[in-house]
Every structure is written in C-alpha cells, then in structure tokens.
Design a protein around this ligand. Structure first.
Ligand code: SF4
Ligand code: SF4
Length: 483
C-alpha cells in the first residue's frame, strides 16, 4: 500500500514537474470561444458613421462591410469578397487542417457550452469532461433543466444571428410588434429550433454527416498540413496502415508486437475524451474536428511518465523528419499571394465606392428629328438614387460631347435621403456630328451625374449612346422645308 502511494506520489510529482507551465489546448480554445462569442454578440451593436461591421439588410437593400455602407446595386465588390472568403478557407485548411472546426465553429462552441459547461460543470449530469463517451442517463429533472437553459441560449443565439440581417436598433422595435414582422420572428424560431435539435440530438453527427466543409477539407491537405496526429513511431502501431484492422488490444499485445519501446500505455484516455467518438491512434479521420482534447489527455498521461505527448498538433512530414512543421511552403505562399491580391482588389473596389446611383436606359425610339431637320433628340430614362443620409440636389452633364445638350430636365432636382427617382431625359444636338449617308450612327457618350451641393464627392460617370440619323434623311428634311 505504502509502495503504491509512493509510486502514485512520484508519478504525480513527475507529472507536475513535467507539465510545469503547460497550458492545455482546451484552455486556449476556451479563450478563443469567449472572444468569438463576445465579438459576435457585441459587433452588431457597434456603428461607425451609421454603418455596421457586417450587415446584409434586405429591408433597406443594403450591405454593410467593415463599417461602410453599400447599396445592393453596388455589389461589384462581391466577387472579390467571395474570392477572398474561399481563398481564406483554402489557405487556413492547407495550413492548419480543420482548425476552424475545433477553434471557431459555432457548432463546436455550442456543444462545449451545452455538454461541458451546462451538463457537466453546472449540473453535474455528466461525470467529467474527460469522458465524452457516456451519455447522461436518469437524473431527469437536471437533464430537463439543462435542456431548458439551452433552449433560452438557442433563442439568444438565433436573435444574434438575425442581428446580421436586421440591425439591433430595428430588431428591438420590430420585436414589439411580432404580428407585423412574421418573417423575422419565423426566422428566429426556425434557427432556435434547429440549434436545439442540432446541439441536443444531432450533436457531433452534424460535423460528421451534415457539414459540407468536413467532406471537402481533406482534399486541401498536404504532407505539411497541421493536424492532430498520433505518433506511431513512438507509440507503436495500434491499427493497420489502412486503418481497417485493430492490431493490438492491450499493453501486453502491444509490447509483444512492437517491443517494449512502444510508449503508448493503451490507457485510452484519448478515446474517452473524444467528442466525435473516434480513436486518433487509427490515423487521420474525417470525423476528427481538431479539438485537440486527445492531445491534452495524452499530455497528462505521458507527462506522468516524464515524456512528451504521443498525440500532437503537427504535420506528418514533421513527425517523419523529427522537426517542426513548415508553415512557409509553395502552397501556403501561393495562397498568401492570391489572398493579398484579392485583398488589394477588395480595397481598390472599396475605394471606388460611389455615393449615388444612376442607371441609364434608352427608350425604344432611336431618335427624333425636329426643327425642320436641324435638331436631333434622343430620349432616355435615368434612375437616380440618393444613397446618402441627407437630401441632395442632383443634375448631370454630357462630358464627352459638348455639342450634345440637355433639353429635359431643365434644372437640378431634389432627392431625399435614400430616395430613388425615375427621370425622363432628353438630349439633343443642333450640330451635324456625323455625316454618314449609309446608316444611323450610335455615338458613345459619357454622362456625369452629380449632387450639385457636393460635386466633388458625390458624382458618377456612366456610358451610353446618342443615335445620330443617316445624314441624307436630315438633308431631305431640310430640302423639303426650304421649298
Ligand atoms: S481525435 Fe477526437 S479528441 Fe482528438 S482532435 Fe480529433 S475530434 Fe478531437
Ligand atoms: S492517451 Fe496517449 S498513452 Fe493513452 S492510449 Fe491515447 S495515445 Fe496511448
């Protein structure tokens, strides 16, 4: 007994010494979860110059990005944004595998809150966060309480989700009149209902069977991608190379097959703690969400023996070549360059943001000949939109051809904040711009529309055409009228 105590004590001491200063990945993930959660909850409330960090507002047909407001018709930035988003996911996955899943994904964060915080730490329904294989049984009142807490949190999360589509300042007004805002209320109930089903019933099966990212991420891996890896060289082969057959079932069998040097203790602490119920000793698997709980578990087990963990966050090449993983390599550099280019494109397009909108459509009539063949007029429909928060007076000019004048509208007009207005525009010329007797000639022209009171900031340039008739038609009209 005394000997056993002595052994236990010395292994604890050894572990304490070995793990001095060690911070489990779990804690680092918790800090990240707290940051992500606080960020997601707080950012919809922050506005700079009336714009949110991210808002897709269908009500006002606006997108807010990085505290800049864009009208839905200004979606020229979208391709760059999508390219940037996809490239970032490729880059992150090539570099760190499923780092998103274990560290940032709301699904993982919610499961940790429900399973580890509410069910285990708060209510004690589960014995320990170190064993995620045993589902809670009995203790019905506590389980119902845990469920109800999650129901409340699901509605908070659903509301938080909606704030990225309906800003909080409108959300809290709308929610007081639910009958008038059925879509918003319906969305909250659908999202909350999904979260309740997903987190309580579907659990990590969502990551394994539903999430599309889980299906595609492995094609982005290479030999240097950082993953949760069990070191077979040190620990011994527990499974066959194709992961199909379990070769050893006990420490005795391991030592018989792999020799006494095989370091794995076959304690299975890494298996018990795994939220997706896999054995990382089998090798990389689709189900692994990179949470590194198994690495933490093994660090403690091996720490008691004064050895480093057999499960680490590293790359296969690094293990094989006994070195640190290489972060700078052709693929990551190429993604880095592409990301930088997409970012430059994004900022370049952002700097070209227009502070008013103008759509030009021609009417079906090509032109009208007036004043006995001495005047040619073209008609258009201009759609002006004031995207600013204050009213402005608008007008326009033909910048490319001074000989083409404006007949209608004859003076600037006022547009309220956010308002649109259709204007019938007539341009005319009294000069013989083209003398082609074979065909009507479309002349490319440039229109510059602007706010009269903020000409330098609020102005846009659009291309359109002015159709000039066959010259012989004009000549005939002039002849007829001379007679
Ligand atoms: S094997 Fe399990 S515990 Fe280990 S990182 Fe993957 S999901 Fe997490
Ligand atoms: S926790 Fe480490 S020592 Fe224990 S079974 Fe897993 S890999 Fe082996």
């Amino acid at each position: 007994m005394a000997e056993k105590e002595q052994t236990t004590k010395s292994s604890k001491q050894r572990m304490a010494e070995y793990l001095k200063g060690w911070i489990p990945y779990r804690y680092k993930r918790y800090y990240t979860f707290i940051f992500v959660t606080v960020f997601a909850l707080v950012i919809p409330f922050i506005k700079i110059n009336g714009a949110h960090f991210f808002l897709l507002n269908f009500d006002h047909k606006q997108i807010h990005l990085f505290f800049t407001k864009f009208d839905m018709q200004e979606l020229y930035m979208m391709p760059f944004l999508l390219i940037f988003g996809f490239l970032f996911v490729f880059f992150l996955t090539t570099l760190g595998g499923r780092v998103w899943c274990g560290w940032l994904c709301p699904q993982t964060i919610f499961r940790v809150i429900y399973r580890d915080l509410i069910q285990t730490k708060l209510l004690g329904i589960r014995k320990s966060i170190k064993n995620k294989q045993q589902e809670p049984k009995d203790q019905m009142p506590k389980r119902i309480l845990g469920f109800l807490i999650w129901v409340v949190l699901s509605f908070v999360a659903a509301a938080n989700f909606v704030w990225f589509f309906v800003p909080p300042e409108e959300f809290f007004q709308y929610i007081q009149h639910p009958s008038q805002h059925g879509v918003m209320i319906g969305t909250i109930f659908i999202v909350a209902g999904f979260l309740i089903y997903d987190i309580v019933k579907l659990k990590e099966d969502f990551c394994i069977y539903v999430c599309p990212y889980a299906r595609v991420q492995s094609v982005m891996y290479d030999e240097e991608t950082i993953q949760t890896i069990y070191n077979t060289e040190r620990g011994g082969h527990i499974y066959s190379d194709d992961q199909e057959v379990k070769l050893v079932h006990s420490l005795k069998e391991l030592h018989e097959k792999e020799g006494k040097d095989a370091e794995c203790t076959m304690c299975n602490a890494c298996v018990r703690v795994c939220p997706t119920h896999i054995d990382i000793k089998r090798g990389t698997q689709l189900e692994c969400i990179n949470c590194l709980e198994c690495a933490d578990a093994c660090t403690q087990v091996m720490g008691a023996l004064g050895k480093p963990s057999l499960i680490t966050w590293t790359s296969y090449s690094a293990i094989k070549e006994h070195r640190k993983p290489k972060f700078l390599r052709f693929r990551t550099i190429a993604y880095g360059v592409a990301l930088t280019l997409a970012l430059i494109g994004l900022f370049w397009m952002g700097s070209k943001k227009e502070y008013m909108l103008l759509n030009i459509n021609r009417t079906t009539q090509l032109y009208k000949i007036k004043d006995n063949g001495h005047k040619v007029a073209n008609a258009y429909k201009f759609l002006f939109q004031n995207t600013q928060r204050e009213p402005h007076r608008y007008y326009f000019e033909v910048v490319s051809h001074p000989e083409i004048k404006i007949q209608r509208p004859s003076a600037p007009f006022k547009l309220g904040a956010g308002h649109k207005m259709n204007k019938v525009v007539i341009l005319y010329t009294t000069k013989d711009i083209i003398k082609d007797k074979t065909k009507d000639t479309p002349i490319p022209i440039k229109i510059r529309a602007y706010a009269v009171d903020a000409k330098d900031k609020i102005s846009v340039v659009r291309d359109t055409i002015f159709v000039f008739p066959r010259y012989d038609i004009l000549e005939k009209k002039r002849e007829v009228n001379k007679k």
